[in-house]
Design a protein around this ligand. Structure first.
Ligand SMILES: NC(=O)c1ccc[n+]([C@@H]2O[C@H](COP(=O)([O-])OP(=O)(O)OC[C@H]3O[C@@H](n4cnc5c(N)ncnc54)[C@H](O)[C@@H]3O)[C@@H](O)[C@H]2O)c1
Length: 168
């Protein structure tokens, strides 16, 4: 599906960490906007459910922190999707209520109140809010943006240094 504002039809994307959290939310949105999407993750079981939920066409199991595995995944994705579109932008998120962060909250390893007090928007973020920024940066609407880091953090970075609150 595409909308009248922007579309990712004709684009190809590899989403690493695509079985969960921000990766899965991003993959789902990129698919919804018309991109062909492959997922890579070390969690083989997680990839099965994520493929179904997101609409991704391919999945690859591997550890992207291992150079040779990352190269194999990129090559396999490029073969499967007929090439890959690369952009040189990044999104800096924090604190987003993914399974990883929720686990830390449940174990009382993150002090949610202190984080919210320290965040101008006064709440944690959602995975879809990060996915929106990634979709924008992947689209023609960001055609004159490169080498950029877009912070999706409720104003955390604008407010001050990362060391201004004890989170653990
Ligand atoms: N959630 C946040 O607030 C937050 C803040 C800052 C940075 N991040 C970063 O964003 C990314 C996604 O985080 P999330 O919160 O969605 O976590 P998550 O745990 O929900 O999902 C991470 C996914 O990455 C996979 N993965 C982990 N290591 C991998 C590897 N070496 N190779 C391939 N797959 C791997 C996991 O199996 C999992 O499916 C992480 O890199 C995390 O450090 C998250």
């Amino acid at each position: 599906m595409s909308n009248k504002f922007f579309s990712l039809v004709g684009r190809s994307a590899l989403v690493t960490g695509g079985a969960s959290g921000i990766g899965a939310a991003t993959a789902g949105l990129l698919c919804e906007l018309g991109a062909k999407v492959a997922l890579a993750d070390i969690n083989a079981d997680g990839l099965i459910g994520a493929k179904e939920r997101t609409g991704a066409s391919n999945t690859f199991v591997g550890d992207v922190s291992v150079e040779v595995e990352a190269e194999e995944i990129v090559a396999a994705t490029s073969d499967a999707l007929g090439g890959l579109d690369a952009v040189v932008n990044a999104v800096g998120p924090r604190y987003i209520t993914t399974p990883m962060v929720q686990g830390l909250i449940d174990e009382n390893k993150i002090d949610t109140k202190r984080l919210c007090d320290r965040t101008p928007i006064d709440r944690l973020g959602r995975p879809d809010e990060v996915a929106h920024a990634i979709a924008f940066l992947s689209s023609d609407w960001a055609s004159y943006i490169t080498g950029e880091i877009l912070f999706v953090d409720g104003g955390w970075m604008a407010y001050g240094g990362a060391g201004d609150v004890k989170t653990f």
